[in-house]
Design a protein around this ligand. Structure first.
Ligand SMILES: NC(=O)c1ccc[n+]([C@@H]2O[C@H](COP(=O)([O-])OP(=O)(O)OC[C@H]3O[C@@H](n4cnc5c(N)ncnc54)[C@H](OP(=O)(O)O)[C@@H]3O)[C@@H](O)[C@H]2O)c1
Length: 325
């Protein structure tokens, strides 16, 4: 099969076309003929050598796919051969075929095509498990998401809004801020305003109940300063760096929770539980059109380097997707 491999750690140019044997599904797995594959920031990290695939995962990048099931491994009854699905995978998405755990395949939501469906799994699994399961966001609460215009951010804004939370989002330019507002957040241009002051003003000094953070070290103290009593800070990435010094007083004075998680190394069983929750609670919102994957631009598989260049330029709003002819 045709695939894109990481020839060596480095810039977007190290993503190179190759031929690989088509994989064979093992017990509990299915083989998917890929129509489209989502591009995520963790793919960029992997390409740079900063996010190695977990043991047993393909070294080919790509964490989410949409396509048709063409072979079943032992013990698989669902999905069936010929079914169109989207799937969360631990790697291997930038290719013509990819293995997926049957339990991590979901039907393509009615009304959506493979390009939009391929843009769903990585961000929806991540946001669901962090914001709703780990963070316990409830209707009537408030959430701040950093990187509001990112794939993760546009998903978090829409889901928090649909589940009845007030949403605030930071983004780095007026166009991104406008988009965050269109999908239901109060936006803060973090390059022009201090987000801590702005959150204090917008919440009348109360702070927010939950923050979904992807910046890390330089934001940690400021995030703690933005949280309300009993607030939860959930860190899912450290784009600004992993280390900092903080004043612990606010943790116990405001009874704060600091947590985080990373999706890829979690077990199939844990991820299947997230898939079940998404199917029950979020698929109806995708099928009714209340929540939409935001696709910024589509590239062909052969243009994977260009797709990474765009992602690293941070010009995009929402997701970047590769199509596999
Ligand atoms: N833990 C997990 O399980 C998990 C899973 C998936 C993704 N992630 C992480 O989540 C993040 C988003 O992923 P994605 O695929 O949606 O990426 P993406 O679309 O490329 O988004 C990255 C966003 O980060 C923002 N950003 C970068 N530096 C910033 C800074 N110093 N201050 C504020 N915002 C900053 C950028 O916004 P501006 O242009 O506005 O600065 C951009 O919107 C990535 O860091 C990724 O590694 C974690």
């Amino acid at each position: 099969m045709a695939a894109i491999e990481i020839a060596q750690w480095g810039g977007p140019e190290v993503l190179q076309a190759c031929r690989r044997p088509t994989p064979k599904p093992g017990p509990g797995e299915v083989l998917i003929e890929i129509s489209a594959a989502g591009v995520n920031r963790p793919d960029v990290m992997q390409r740079k050598g900063l996010y190695p695939p977990p043991p047993g995962a393909s070294d080919i990048p790509g964490l989410e796919i949409a396509g048709k099931v063409v072979a079943l491994g032992e013990g698989v009854h669902q999905p069936a051969i010929g079914e169109s699905v989207c799937a969360l995978v631990t790697g291997g998405g930038y290719a013509e075929y990819c293995l997926a755990a049957a339990a991590l395949c979901l039907p393509i939501p009615k009304g959506l095509g493979p390009i939009e469906a391929a843009a769903i799994p990585e961000t929806f699994f991540t946001v669901w498990t962090n914001v709703f399961e780990r963070g316990g966001l409830k209707a009537g609460e408030s959430m701040l998401v950093h990187g509001g215009s990112s794939g993760i951010g546009t998903t978090a804004i829409q889901l928090a809004r649909e589940f009845g939370a007030a949403v605030f989002a930071t983004a780095g330019n007026p166009e991104k801020c406008r988009f965050c507002e269109q999908i239901g957040a109060r936006a803060i241009n973090y390059r022009e305003e201090d987000f801590v002051d702005r959150i204090q003003f917008l919440t009348e000094g109360k702070g927010v109940n939950l923050i979904l953070d992807m910046v890390g070290g330089p934001y940690l103290q400021r995030n703690l300063n933005c949280l309300a009593v009993d607030g939860r800070l959930i860190v899912i990435a450290v784009q600004g760096g992993p280390k900092t010094e903080i004043n612990l007083l606010s943790i116990f004075l405001k009874r704060l929770t600091l947590t985080g998680s990373t999706l890829r190394p979690r077990s199939v069983k844990e991820k299947a539980s997230i898939a079940g929750a998404l199917r029950q609670k979020v698929w109806p919102l995708l099928e009714s059109g209340q929540v939409k994957p935001v696709v910024h631009r589509v590239f062909s598989l052969a243009e994977a380097s260009e797709a990474h260049r765009l992602m690293e330029s941070s010009q995009h709003i929402g997701k970047i997707v590769l199509t596999v002819a």
